[in-house]
Structures are given as structure tokens and as C-alpha cells.
Design a protein around this ligand. Structure first.
Ligand SMILES: Cc1cc2nc3c(=O)[nH]c(=O)nc-3n(C[C@H](O)[C@H](O)[C@H](O)COP(=O)(O)OP(=O)(O)OC[C@H]3O[C@@H](n4cnc5c(N)ncnc54)[C@H](O)[C@@H]3O)c2cc1C
Ligand code: FES
Length: 284
């Protein structure tokens, strides 16, 4: 069950283009599973913006001196993320979580490739630990537009068998996209599953590469959210069910991780005509 937690900021550290914000969050670490996110209030009780903002949970710690804490990675680019980037130690912070369905883990100890785009890498490190604990080989690919937008290279190197890095401008690793190196990583590790989190275009491309290689992908989508708890339908996207029928599913409660081959990437932002319950043209 998600809970509202009135916490305080323990640390807010600049890392490359991002801020890694640690906040007290008493019960969240115990409930947490890799792939969960939190919805963070922006502003204080008198001045807050109406909508909370969603952030993947990057790390949890249930034993530190502050009790339970969580870390999120903030990429400042708008009013909410700018507000969080400017929070200081001991400032109040209001979180709801853990939210969303966690990543599905394979039953058998199969090789997995984890692909993170920019701050999208954040939820993949606890996932890597969970996979390793099950005996899965983990290979990492991190990509970003430029070097300072890469996140978690040292950590990825530490917890994986191999790390490949790409940047669009060639300032770190291979110049290009994560999908340029993904086929090789799949072949070398004999991967059975690809997990990905990052921009939607990257997720679509990763899902296509995985499908070409006949393996499963799990993509954690970043669809705009409002309530974060399944009530408002802001975050819906068309997903093909096991019965072949497309339904508009809520990424906040049915996701954010979906099988990449089940997401109708081209139709995101619309309700395709063949969707279950889609409006019939002419019927009002
Ligand atoms: C499950 C989930 C996990 C996320 N994890 C992180 C994270 O770890 N770190 C992080 O920095 N951000 C993360 N985000 C994205 C973040 O929640 C949004 O970008 C949020 O809107 C930022 O608030 P803002 O007020 O700064 O910008 P806003 O004013 O809300 O938006 C600024 C710009 O970003 C666009 N935008 C808004 N929301 C989204 C969205 N969800 N996807 C793509 N573009 C959007 C807007 O159209 C606008 O152009 C996540 C989102 C989701 C749904
Ligand atoms: S954000 Fe409201 S239903 Fe998903």
C-alpha cells in the first residue's frame, strides 16, 4: 500500500547534470521493489503546485542512522525538478510511495541486459542487485546525449559483467545510440531478457532490437502522470493483452514496466480504433 510520508532531506548532491536527493521515508524501503516510484509534492503545504511529480526510486536504505531513506535522481528541467534540485539538508519533503508495479524478474537465472538512458538508469541498479541475487548474469548499457548526462557508470561497472557506454556526441564511450551496441551485448551474453528505462523513443528502439533477437524486453515507460494512483487516467497507453486485445492501461498502476512487444509505441497519445472500449465514430 502506498503511504504518504512527510520526510526531510538528508542530502542533495550534484552528480553530473543531476541531483541525487536522499530523503527520510520511514516505511518505503521495507515495501520497495525494483521499478517502484514515488510521487513527490512540489512546494510546501501552503505553496505547493497541484500535481505531484513522479521519480523512480534509485536506492533504498532501511538501516541508516536516519531510519529508512530513499534516493531519487532529479534532472532539473521544469518547476518541479528545479524546486527539488534546490532543496537543502533538513528541508521538508512529502512523498507518496512506493507506487507502480515492480519489474518482473525471470524465474530462472538467465542472462539479462539492462539499458538506461540518462536518469532513466536510476531504477536499474536495485534491479541489477535483485537479478544477481537470483544468479542472473547482468550486462549494462548506459547512454545519454552527452557525458554529463550519463548516470551511474561506476556503479554499473561494479555490479555487472560488462558495461557499454554510448553518447550521441561521442564525449564518452562510443558515439551513437544504445541500440548501436545492444545487438552485440545480447549476442555476447546470450541474453534472454532486456530491461530498459529512458526516453520513450529509446524504449521503442530497444523493444524492436529485442524482438528482432527473439527475446523478451521490459520497458519502464515515462508517461506523464497526474494522480499516480490509478484514478485520473492521465497516464494511459495502448497495450496488447495476452488475448491479443488492445486496452488502454494506466502506467502508474499497471506499469510503469510493460513488455516492450506489447506496447503500441506508434499509437501512444491516441486511443486506436480497435482498442477495447474505444469510442465508436458517430456515437456520442
Ligand atoms: C514513472 C516515472 C519516473 C520518473 N523518474 C524520473 C527521475 O528519476 N528523474 C527525473 O528527473 N524525472 C523523472 N520522471 C519525469 C518527471 O516526473 C517529469 O519530467 C516531471 O513532469 C518534472 O516536473 P517539472 O515540474 O520539473 O517539469 P514539468 O513542468 O512537469 O515539465 C517540463 C517539461 O517536461 C515535459 N514532461 C512532463 N512530464 C513528462 C513526462 N512524464 N515524460 C516526458 N516529458 C514530460 C513537459 O511536457 C514539459 O515540456 C519520471 C516520470 C515518471 C512517470
Ligand atoms: S496518473 Fe492518474 S491514473 Fe495514472
Amino acid at each position: 500500500m502506498p503511504i504518504v510520508h512527510k520526510g526531510t532531506v538528508v542530502e542533495n548532491k550534484k552528480v553530473g547534470s543531476y541531483f541525487v536527493l536522499t530523503a527520510t521515508a520511514a516505511e518505503i524501503p521495507n515495501e520497495f521493489k525494483p521499478g517502484n516510484f514515488v510521487a513527490v509534492a512540489i512546494g510546501d503545504e501552503r505553496s505547493s503546485l497541484i500535481l505531484r511529480r513522479a521519480f523512480s526510486i534509485y536506492q533504498v536504505n532501511d538501516r541508516g542512522v536516519y531510519g529508512g531513506t530513499i534516493d531519487i535522481v532529479v534532472s532539473p528541467h521544469g518547476p518541479g525538478t528545479d524546486y527539488l534540485a534546490n532543496l537543502k539538508r533538513n528541508d521538508a519533503i512529502n512523498l507518496v510511495g512506493p507506487l507502480g508495479k515492480p519489474f518482473s524478474l525471470p524465474k530462472d537465472p538467465v542472462p539479462c541486459v539492462l539499458v538506461g538512458g540518462g536518469y532513466g538508469a536510476a531504477p536499474l541498479f536495485t534491479l541489477a542487485e535483485a537479478l544477481t541475487a537470483r544468479g542472473c548474469r547482468v550486462d549494462f548499457i548506459l547512454g545519454a546525449s552527452t557525458q554529463e548526462k550519463l548516470f551511474g557508470m561506476l556503479e554499473a561497472r561494479r555490479i555487472s559483467t560488462s558495461l557499454s557506454v554510448t553518447t550521441n556526441d561521442g564525449t564518452a564511450g562510443q558515439m551513437g545510440l544504445v541500440t548501436d551496441v545492444l545487438p552485440d551485448a545480447i549476442k555476447k551474453s546470450n541474453a534472454a531478457v532486456v530491461y530498459a528505462c529512458g526516453p520513450m523513443k529509446m524504449l521503442q528502439a530497444v523493444a524492436e532490437v529485442a524482438a528482432l533477437h527473439g527475446i523478451v524486453s521490459q520497458t519502464s515507460v515515462e508517461e506523464s502522470m497526474a494522480c499516480g494512483i490509478g484514478v485520473c487516467m492521465t497516464c494511459v497507453l495502448p497495450i496488447i493483452g495476452d488475448d491479443g486485445v488492445t486496452r488502454m492501461l494506466r502506467s502508474c498502476v499497471d506499469g510503469p514496466a510493460f513488455r516492450g512487444d506489447k506496447v503500441r509505441w506508434q499509437d501512444i497519445g491516441q486511443i486506436p480504433d480497435d482498442t477495447y472500449g474505444a469510442p465508436v465514430p458517430g456515437n456520442h
